[in-house]
Design a protein around this ligand. Structure first.
Ligand SMILES: [Zn+2]
Length: 116
C-alpha cells in the first residue's frame, strides 16, 4: 500500500497540539514589536485565538471520542477507537472498516465523505 494511514482522533489531537505551540510562538513574536502597540496587540490576539481554537478542538475530540466506536484491532489486538466508516488503528495503523461491503478493499479516506 505504501502510504501509512493514521487514526483520525490521533490526527486531530496532533493538530490541536501544534495549534497551541503556534499560539505560543505567535505571542512570543509579538514581544519583538514592543515599540509598536498595534502589531504587539495583533500578535497577542492572533496567538490567543489559536490557543482558544485548540482548546475548542480538544473539547471537540472529547465529544468525538465518546461517540467513536470501540473495536478490537485485528493487527495488534488492542482496543482502538475509530471514526467514520474507515479509520486506522491508533497503535499500529492497521486499516479498519465498519462496513462489510468495504472489507478487503483498498483503504480510501473518501469512503468517509458523504456523497450528495
Ligand atoms: Zn492495531
Amino acid at each position: 500500500m505504501g502510504v501509512k494511514y493514521s487514526n483520525k482522533i490521533n490526527k486531530i489531537r496532533t493538530f490541536a497540539l501544534l495549534l497551541i505551540f503556534a499560539g505560543i510562538i505567535i505571542m512570543y513574536l509579538g514581544l519583538f514589536f514592543q515599540t509598536s502597540p498595534f502589531f504587539m496587540t495583533l500578535f497577542m490576539i492572533l496567538g490567543f485565538f489559536s490557543i482558544i481554537a485548540s482548546v475548542i478542538i480538544y473539547f471537540w475530540i472529547g465529544m468525538l471520542s465518546s461517540k467513536a466506536v470501540l473495536v478490537q484491532c485485528p493487527g495488534c489486538e488492542k482496543e482502538t477507537k475509530m471514526l467514520g466508516r474507515v479509520d486506522a488503528c491508533m497503535y499500529c495503523s492497521e486499516p479498519l472498516t465498519l462496513d462489510k461491503s468495504l472489507e478487503g478493499k483498498e483503504f480510501d479516506e473518501s469512503y468517509n465523505s458523504k456523497k450528495k
